[in-house]
Design a protein around this ligand. Sequence first.
Ligand code: MRU
Length: 346
Amino acid sequence: MKVETLRWFNNRLEMIDQRILPAAFEYLSYYTASSVAEGIRHMVVRGAPAIGVAAAYGVALEAQHLQEKSADDFKSGMEAGFTVLAASRPTAVNLFWALQRMRKVWESVAAQTTQQIAQRLLAEAHEILAEDIRINKAMGAHGAALLKDGARVLTHCNAGALATAGWGTALGVFRSAVEAGKKISVIADETRPFLQGARLTAWEMVQENIPVTLITDNMSGHLMAHGEIDAVVVGTDRVAANGDVANKIGTYMVAVLAKRHNIPFYVACPLSTIDLNIASGKDIPIEERSVEEVKGFRDYHWAAEGVKIRNPAFDVTPAELVTGLITEKGVVLAPDVHNIKKLMSA
Ligand code: MRU
C-alpha cells in the first residue's frame, strides 16, 4: 500500500489530515503559504521530512498565488510567505532546510518573469518530494542490513511514510528489511500525548501486515529487561554537529534504557536533518505545545483542574547513547563531531 502523505492535485497541495487518523482518512487542500503553515502548526502534517516537503509546496503555492502581481508585490508577498512558514514549528530543521533550498532557487531565477519563477519553484517542490522518497529507500537498505532475521524492534513516535513523502525513515528501515525477506516484528510506543505511535505507526504497520505490538510509553523498560527487544530504531527532527539527537519527547528515556540493557539504539537520519550550525543538543530549540494535549482529549479533561502542566514536544538524546546514525550515505557508528563532519563533506 502506498501512502501519499502529500500530493499535488489540480494545482493545489493536498495533505492527509493526520489529526483524525486512523478513525478517518481524508485529504485537506491548501492554496497559500499561510494555510500550509497553519496545517503544519496544527499537525495536519507532521514529521520532520514531511514538514520540509510541505513548506517547499507552501512557497510554490504562494508564488502561484502571487504570479499576476507586480514584481514588487510578488517579492514582498513571497517574503511574507517565507516568514509565516518559518514560524510554523521550531524543532525540525528540515523546515528551514527546505525554505533555504527554495530561496536559493528563487534567487537563481529572480530575473525571470513571476510566472517563470512560480513554475521553477513548483518544479523544485516536486523534486524535493521525489528526492525524499529516494533518500528514504537508500536509508532503508542501509538500516535493514543492521537488523537480523527475526529481530524485535522498538520504535517511538511515527517516523513512517506519514512523517515523510513516502516509505519513511525508521519505518522505511522496517519496510526494507521485510522487502529483503527478513521476518521482523515492531513494538510501537504509544507516544503520549499526541499518540503518533498508537494512531499512525500502528496504522501503517497494520496496513502492510508487518507484525506490530502496541505498548504504552512506560512499558519498554520491562520488555527490555525480559529480553523482548533486540534493537531500537527511531527518527529525528534535528541532529547537532556533535551527534546529539532531538526527537519526539520520550526518545531520551528509551535511549537510556537501551544503553542499560546493551540494546543497539539507531537513529534513521537523512542528511537534511543534520544541522552543522548547532554545536550540541542543548542549543536545539524545543517546541513547547499546548497543555490541552496533556490535560485530556477534546472536551474531556482527565487531569485535575488547576494543576500546572508542561508539554515539551521533543527531547535530546546525547550522542554517547546513539549506536549509529542511518543515513542515505551509509551508517555512521558512534556519531561524533569528526565522523559527522566527514559524512557531510563526503
Ligand atoms: O511532533 P511530530 O509528530 O512532528 O514529531 C515527529 C517526530 O518526532 C519524528 O520521530 C521525527 O520527525 C522523525 S520523522 C521521519
